[in-house]
Structure formats: structure tokens, C-alpha cells
Ligand binder design. Structure first.
Ligand code: MN
Length: 500
């Protein structure tokens, strides 16, 4: 990879919506990360800073906002240095500090050995992240870790690769971050199944060569015809990812893989959406389309926001090629997915809107009802009702059952252990869940590092720290706040004992 030696200048150069304030934040984060990582080295022997630098560079290049870029630079400081959340908050503000804490927390989730738990971990991952930018940072972090996987021992390599295929790639797909998903999948696949990888890669290269001529000729005709009709365009020939191709070949067992026609789709990029429809009409008048293969994702976008027109055409030379028509904006969104929204504007509204879309709770400005994790994100519902798109996302989705987010929340002990509680549970429920002594001697509680009331309602992703005192005792009052039967039982038992 020729991605080494990223400097803070490189990061600033590729970032969008720059401002003197944002540039300063990024420079300060760079200097801070450089100082606290000091002489630490990556396993590859490179200075540690090269890793957060690359993560921040990729975030900047994908259009993420300044706070996310800063958090990218700082993302390993809580885990690998003496830095505290408080320190980050004082230096860079709550937003950046919370992002870094989120990344650290999510990073602590370990992949269980059993395959069927992948779905659970994906749930936890999402619930723990709370802010979608945490997930985006984590995805780029994972990408770079995969690129430098060779420096780990075999067992760790394998665990990371499986985790990437089962947790990270489906999340990237769900967020519409296609370029990133393909990179993650292909690197992990190469590590896990090098022989199969090579077989599929060779097959793809063979097919690319075989179809090269007819793709070129087709493209020439498309360009000429569109120009004749005064439609401005830019065209690209894309390549299907190795792992996607592998899955497709496996799926269509009975069909000759030579017939896969989205191996090298042509992407035709035009000025606006009406030109997309016009372009498709013109292309169809020159090349016969494959019946039943025309898809209008402009009128009916995919749940992850993807928009384009798709058609597959006979080239007249024995080949069928997929052609995608989209605008520049759609094309960028197709590659960057959810990250694209951040490139549009650099203020907090972009992400708080997204956050409410994805997780069902929004920034503080919104009314109380949005803060509850009861609300099912719109795209979940959309996916349930939209059977057509279920095929692609089913795998990701089937574990994210409605009931789960309707009735349960996930919170953390200070050590990162996950506690699964009914919605609206209080710190008292939490304490009794962890240990009955913890409940009986419960004195005070800190939620996300701040003193809170015992009657507070816990929210997804909270870190809950219980402060005990040997002289503290349960009060009958508590029965008004607790949700779990376990806590109720224990409190009643204590009160009865006391009476006696
Ligand atoms: Mn990292």
C-alpha cells in the first residue's frame, strides 16, 4: 500500500468544508496524538501515529466533518495511552471526546466463536456506537488493520478476518458504503481463503479480458449517441468485488458463471435525473435490453439511499453488460453511502438528523420522544415492508428484530461488560442485575461519567458506574423506578428482612 507517511497537511488537503476553526482542531488533534503515542510503534515497526493518521485521512477523503476527522486522529488514545475522556473533553470538546470513547467502547466488543452470534454482536455494535460516526471511524480503523494483518499471529488474523466478513462488511453495506465494503471484504477473504480468492480473482481477470473489446465498443456507441442528443456524460467501467463475485458464483450454482453480466458494469454519469431516464431510452434504442432487468432505483431508492437506473444490454457480440445511469451526486453517494451526507454540510444537524434516522434518537433539540430508543428507525421498517430489497439485506437484518429495540436496551459496566435490560430501566435495575450486593449497598450512580439520580432512565450505550457504601440500604421508594422483576424481588426481600 502506498498510503504511508500521511501528514496533517495531506489530511487537511482532502477534507471538505474547511474553516480556520476546523483546521485548527485537526492540527491540535494531530499534535496531541503525536505527543501521547510518543515512541509507540505498530507491529509493522512504523510509528504508531501512521495508523490514526491514515484513518483520519480516509475519513477526510470520504467527506466526514472536522470532529470525526479529529476523533479519527485520537481514536486509539483512550485505549493505548494514559489519556482520559476528561482530558479529551477539555482539549477538544465533548463531541470529539464522546466519539473517541464510542470507538473505544465498540472496539472492546469481542467476537464470540459461535457463528450465530454474529447477528447479536452486530446489534451490540450498533447500540453501543449510538453515533453513526463512531461506526464510520471503526470501519476505516478496521480497513487499515486488515491491510496490516500480516504482522499478527495466524489465530488473530483469522479472528479479525472472520469478524470483518460477518460484522463489519454487512454494516458497511447497510450504510451504503460500498467502496469500503468491497475493500474490507476482499482483504478478509484473501486472508481466510487465499486459494478461493485466487481462483475467483483469476476468473474475474479472464472475463475482464474477454469482454474488454465489447465493453469498449459499447461505451463508444453510448457516448456518441448521448452526445448526439446533447446529454453531457462521464463514463466509468467498474469491477465487481472478488468476494461479492465469489458469493454470487456460489449462489447461482446451476448457472454458468460466464453469464454473470455485472462483472464490469458501465457507469454512465449525467447531469440530472431526467437525463438518466433519457440516456436509458437512447441506450435501449441502440442495444436490446435483457427483459425484466430494468431497475429504477431513482424513483425507488434502496433503503440505504442508493439511487440509479440499472439495465442489462446485449452488446451484439455475445455479451450482456450492465449499465448504470446516475448523476454525479448519486455516484458519490453510491460509493460513500452514509458518509456522503457529511460532505454536504459541516454542522451538527447533518449527523443528528442521520442519527435519528438510523438509531431513532436525535440531538437534544428534538422533543423527548425522539430520545427514546423505542422508535424504530425508518429504514428498518422500510426494509420489512419492501420485500424486493430484502434479499440483499436480509442477512444483516434478520437479527435486528423489531422487538429487540422496542423492549430492550444495552448498557455497559465501566469495564465494558454489556448488560441487557428492559427499556426505561433505572440504575437500580442495573445494580441488581450485576450483583445483588451491588443493589443492596447502592448509594449513588454515575452515568457516562456524570452523577445521576437513581431514578434516571438508562439509555442505549450508557456506561453505568455504581457507587456503593456498606451503610446504604434499599428504600421502598425504589419500587417506583425499577422495571425488572429481579430488582423488585430483591428490594422486597430486603424490606421484609428489615421489618423482622
Ligand atoms: Mn485503531
Amino acid at each position: 500500500m502506498t498510503r504511508l507517511n500521511i501528514t496533517v497537511k495531506d489530511i487537511l488537503k482532502v477534507s471538505q468544508n474547511r474553516s480556520p476553526f476546523g483546521d485548527q482542531l485537526i492540527k491540535d488533534s494531530w499534535n496531541f496524538a503525536k505527543k501521547v503515542h510518543g515512541n509507540q510503534k505498530r507491529l509493522s515497526g512504523e510509528p504508531y501515529l501512521s495508523h490514526p493518521a491514515l484513518v483520519a485521512y480516509l475519513l477526510a477523503g470520504s467527506g466526514l466533518d472536522k470532529s470525526t476527522i479529529a476523533a479519527g486522529l485520537l481514536h486509539d488514545t483512550l485505549e493505548d495511552t494514559q489519556t482520559t475522556h476528561k482530558e479529551l473533553k477539555e482539549n477538544f470538546g465533548k463531541e470529539v471526546a464522546d466519539l473517541v470513547r464510542g470507538v473505544t467502547k465498540v472496539g472492546g466488543l469481542k467476537y464470540a466463536k459461535k457463528r450465530q452470534q454474529a447477528g447479536n454482536l452486530r446489534n451490540l455494535f450498533i447500540a453501543a456506537a449510538r453515533d453513526i460516526r463512531v461506526i464510520i471511524i471503526k470501519l476505516f480503523d478496521r480497513l487499515h488493520n486488515l491491510e496490516t494483518l500480516e504482522y499478527h499471529n495466524k489465530e488473530r488474523q483469522k479472528r479479525k478476518a472472520i469478524e470483518s466478513l460477518e460484522i463489519y462488511a454487512p454494516i458497511a453495506q447497510r450504510l451504503g458504503m460500498d467502496s469500503l465494503r468491497i475493500e474490507i471484504e476482499d482483504l478478509a477473504f484473501l486472508n481466510l481463503y487465499p486459494k478461493e480468492y485466487k481462483k475467483v480473482a483469476d476468473f474475474r481477470e479472464k472475463r475482464v479480458k474477454e469482454t474488454e473489446e465489447s465493453v469498449k465498443d459499447t461505451l463508444k456507441i453510448i457516448k456518441k449517441e448521448l452526445k448526439k442528443n446533447k446529454i453531457k456524460l462521464r463514463a466509468e467501467v467498474r469491477k465487481k468485488g472478488i468476494y461479492s463475485l465469489f458469493k454470487k458464483i456460489k449462489r447461482i450454482k446451476n448457472i454458468d458463471p460466464e453469464l454473470i453480466y455485472d462483472l464490469t458494469p458501465i457507469r454512465v454519469i449525467v447531469e440530472d435525473s431526467s437525463s438518466c431516464y433519457q440516456a436509458m431510452g437512447i441506450i435501449h434504442s441502440k442495444f436490446r435490453p435483457l427483459p425484466k432487468n430494468i431497475k429504477d432505483f431513482i424513483s425507488f431508492p434502496k433503503p440505504n439511499g442508493y439511487q440509479a437506473l440499472h439495465t442489462s444490454i446485449f452488446t451484439g457480440k455475445g455479451e450482456v453488460i450492465e449499465v448504470q445511469m446516475m448523476t454525479e451526486e448519486m455516484s458519490r453517494r453510491a460509493d460513500l453511502g452514509v458518509a456522503y451526507n457529511f460532505s454536504l454540510q459541516d454542522d451538527s444537524s447533518a449527523f443528528s438528523n442521520l442519527r435519528s434516522q438510523v438509531f431513532g434518537f436525535a440531538g437534544k433539540k428534538k422533543s423527548k420522544k425522539y430520545q427514546s430508543s423505542k422508535k424504530i428507525p425508518g429504514w428498518f421498517e422500510e426494509m420489512v415492508s419492501n420485500q424486493k430489497d430484502m434479499k440483499n439485506t436480509n442477512e444483516f437484518f434478520n437479527n435486528l428484530s423489531k422487538d429487540f429495540f422496542n423492549y430492550r436496551i444495552l448498557v455497559f459496566t465501566p469495564k465494558g461488560d454489556i448488560v441487557n435490560l428492559p427499556i426505561d430501566s433505572s440504575p437500580i435495575d442495573f445494580a441488581y442485575y450485576v450483583h445483588s450486593d451491588l443493589g443492596d449497598q447502592l448509594k449513588a450512580v454515575e452515568i457516562d461519567g456524570e452523577k445521576s439520580s437513581l431514578s434516571a432512565k438508562l439509555k442505549n450505550g450508557n456506561i453505568v458506574e455504581i457507587i456503593t457504601s456498606p451503610s446504604a440500604t434499599p428504600s421502598s421508594n425504589w419500587l417506583n423506578y425499577v422495571k425488572t422483576t429481579l430488582a423488585k424481588k430483591k428490594i422486597r426481600r430486603f424490606l421484609e428482612k428489615q421489618k423482622k
